[in-house]
Design a protein around this ligand. Structure first.
Ligand code: ZN
Length: 254
């Protein structure tokens, strides 16, 4: 139950001009696209911007009922910023902190990694990268707005304190398949994809397109992240997979 989000402003913003229903007379599938955190100040991801053409191509397709961009939108006092914790255990990328439920520590806690200050609200670092064709999106979500909790998933933080509204949006659109791309593959993309399976009950129908994402930690850690996702019902696919061809009207799943 959502009781105490410290950021009561609406964080799910429809783009009015694209708010008409985009597709779906010709197909029984309702596809949605979630490009995560393509921002000037996104977490340090090697070659992160090289994925933008793939994402712009996906955004250009009329075959999605919802295309929801997301933005990390942190207050300056956000718990994930190393600068908000005392030394010596506040090294960005290296140290972690334990986050307890803000209302009652007995309700739960989790360990989370510390980062340099990034994507601070109303700063250039929080803006979507200019080469992303965000005008093709139907909605945008600002997340990580509560200073007390870290929120990689575009749906909800691990303690259920802040719900972005994405779950009800995708349920209202009767979404049957979710495609997740963007940054970073091993954080926001992974958490968003796994929550899509869990919250929407779409096991085997949530896809991370590997050509459309990059991880913070490549190599073996990324292989582990992919295994984690697969074990939770997410399919990690390439750009030429049949699940992507469906978006072009080829071989649609019944
Ligand atoms: Zn963040």
């Amino acid at each position: 139950m959502i009781t105490s989000c410290a950021s009561p402003t609406v964080i799910l913003e429809p783009y009015q001009k694209n708010n008409e229903r985009l597709c779906s007379t010709e197909t029984r599938a309702n596809h949605s696209l979630v490009p995560c955190a393509l921002q000037n100040g996104s977490l340090a991801v090697a070659e992160g911007r090289t994925i933008t053409p793939v994402i712009n191509e996906l955004l250009s397709l009329p075959s999605f009922v919802a295309k929801v961009t997301t933005q990390d939108w942190h207050p300056q006092n956000h718990v994930s910023f190393a600068s908000n914790h005392p030394p010596p255990n506040n090294r960005p990328f290296i140290d972690t902190v334990t986050i307890y439920h803000p209302d009652d520590p007995s309700l739960g806690h989790y360990e989370t990694r510390l980062w340099p200050d990034h994507c601070v609200q109303n700063t250039p670092g929080a803006e979507l990268i200019p080469e992303l064709d965000a005008s093709k999106a139907t909605h945008n979500i600002k997340k990580g707005t509560d200073p007390r909790v870290e929120m990689y998933s575009a749906f909800v933080d691990p303690l259920g304190v802040c719900d972005s509204g994405l779950n009800s949006l995708l349920q209202d659109e009767k979404v049957s398949h979710v495609y997740v791309v963007g940054l970073a593959g091993d954080y926001c993309v992974k958490s968003t994809a796994m929550d899509a399976v869990k919250l929407l009950g779409l096991e085997g129908k949530v896809f991370v397109i590997e050509d459309g994402t990059k991880p913070v930690d490549g190599g073996e850690p990324w292989e582990e992240s992919k295994k984690d996702m697969e074990s939770k019902g997410v399919k990690v696919i390439g750009i030429s997979a049949k699940e992507v061809r469906w978006l072009y009207g080829e071989g649609l799943e019944a």
